[in-house]
Design a protein around this ligand. Structure first.
Ligand SMILES: Cc1cc2nc3c(=O)[nH]c(=O)nc-3n(C[C@H](O)[C@H](O)[C@H](O)COP(=O)(O)OP(=O)(O)OC[C@H]3O[C@@H](n4cnc5c(N)ncnc54)[C@H](O)[C@@H]3O)c2cc1C
Length: 415
């Protein structure tokens, strides 16, 4: 049986980068991927355009990961966003940056990122074994023996486990990495959905499915306490709310929901206007438009489908004319424009989350090398490591950086 210097398990962003790096360092490398191609998940990132990194400073990357961010410091400095961009450029993949520093390939196609990775894998002499689902790793003396689900055996001096998280399972990331690591004695921090749509209690939300709101502010509250708030874009779904703003805040919301069964979501539909300004705007409209049906006037302020639900929630008749609106009703309209309320109860399941929170405990991985503290010679890379960030290219950079670091360190230890 052939003995490899390094076997990388999983050909996603982290595993492909790890294999490329190990190959560049002239190691004998096998990349074992269960699918018939690398990077299935990369294909669907950034709505098919792949937001591969961000132009932000490294400190921002660290911040984006919250508490686990510090753990990633060495990896982000070792192989930075600029290093990644330079590598892709050298492979013929030009990149561009868009709003909030999000970096995309100029082709606007995630497939071209995969093509570049395939080119680099070939150039660095990596052997790829497709259709190879690894389900066991055992250490025999100084060597690792790994076995695929169809009984094939492989041998290596070092292993890099990069089998991804447990979301979007159709892409191949079914959580195998956690099972394998657990069998080797590793603790798995509770797996939680990250970047995930939220569910709400109000059944009427179904009527609003597909309604998108731009430049609104959401605030999450428990009792009288405001827990967090931010401005951006939200979309109603048949079960609750989604859209970039909601996805980005979802991990924190899910943390809070571990303690409280439900929390209040308030949507400020007019964040640019104070209460008084909104009132004079409304009064002005009443004057200018004359005595018309309130519902029709409200369409100037809100998407049509939201207007009906908005008035129904306030128990205001749809055919009410503007000169019939009482002062109390006007106040209620203004209050609700500044805080359209809903009750958040949870999220879609982890399978439908963009990233997996939790993962292989950071306490058991050396942050300088990505090597297991329990099993020398075993390294981890990518999403299976505890922690996840908001959207913006930070998660893919984490995968590329940890993959690159793990391979550099593993290669050092192979003679
Ligand atoms: C819809 C969606 C959009 C996203 N958009 C972005 C974005 O634009 N920017 C961003 O930064 N992040 C984005 N992400 C997150 C990003 O895709 C992940 O953070 C990243 O792909 C993680 O890389 P990885 O290599 O660790 O895992 P994965 O990409 O999941 O790769 C793991 C690989 O391991 C293979 N594998 C699994 N088990 C085994 C096994 N037992 N044996 C062999 N192979 C195995 C899988 O088939 C897979 O190829 C998005 C995620 C989703 C779901």
């Amino acid at each position: 049986m052939k003995t490899y210097d390094i076997i990388v398990i999983g050909g996603g962003a982290a595993g492909s980068m790890a294999a490329i790096r190990a190959g560049q360092l002239k190691k004998k490398v096998l990349l074992a991927e269960r699918n018939d191609s690398i990077g299935r998940k990369i294909l669907i990132t950034g709505k098919g355009r792949c937001n591969l990194t961000n132009t932000a400073d490294i400190d921002v990357f660290i911040e984006k990961f919250g508490k686990p961010g510090e753990f990633l410091r060495t990896a982000f400095y070792h192989f930075s966003n600029q290093d990644l961009i330079d590598l892709f450029n050298s492979l013929g993949l030009e990149t561009k940056s868009e709003r909030q520093g999000r970096v995309f390939p100029v082709t606007d196609k995630a497939a071209s990122v995969i093509d570049a990775l395939k080119k680099a894998l070939a150039e660095s002499g990596v052997e790829i074994s497709y259709g190879t689902r690894i389900n066991e790793i055992a250490k025999k003396g100084d060597l690792f023996g790994i076995v695929s689900d169809d009984g094939r055996e492989f041998r290596a001096k070092k292993i890099i486990l990069a089998a991804g998280g447990a979301s979007y399972k159709a892409t191949g990331s079914t959580g195998d990495g956690f099972v394998i690591a657990e069998k080797l004695g590793h603790k798995i921090a509770l797996l939680t959905p990250g970047l995930v749509p939220l569910t709400v209690k109000e059944a009427w939300v179904k009527e609003l499915q597909g309604v998108a709101l731009e430049n609104i502010r959401v605030a999450f509250e428990y009792g009288k306490k405001r827990l967090m708030s931010d401005i951006g874009e939200l979309m109603f779904t048949h079960f609750g709310v989604s859209g970039p703003l909601v996805l980005d805040l979802s991990s924190k919301v899910m943390e809070i929901l571990k303690e409280h069964k439900e929390i209040r979501l308030l949507i400020d539909l007019k964040p640019g206007l104070r209460q008084e300004q909104l009132e004079s705007k409304l009064l002005h409209k009443f004057k200018v438009k004359g005595n018309i049906i309130l519902k029709n006037l409200m369409k100037d302020l809100l998407p049509q489908r939201l207007v009906e639900r908005f008035l129904r929630n306030l128990r205001i008749r749809e055919d009410l004319k503007t000169n019939q609106v009482t002062q109390a009703q006007r106040r209620a309209i203004i209050d609700t424009l500044k805080g359209f309320p809903m009750t958040v109860t949870g999220s879609l399941p982890i399978e439908e989350a963009m990233v997996t929170g939790g993962g292989i405990s950071l306490k058991e991985i050396n942050p300088r090398t990505m090597e297991s503290k329990l099993v020398p010679g075993l390294y981890f890379a990518g999403e299976l490591i505890e922690g996840a960030a908001a959207s913006g290219g930070y998660n893919l950079q984490q995968a590329f950086s940890t993959g690159h670091l793990a391979a550099s360190e593993a290669a050092k230890c192979v003679k």
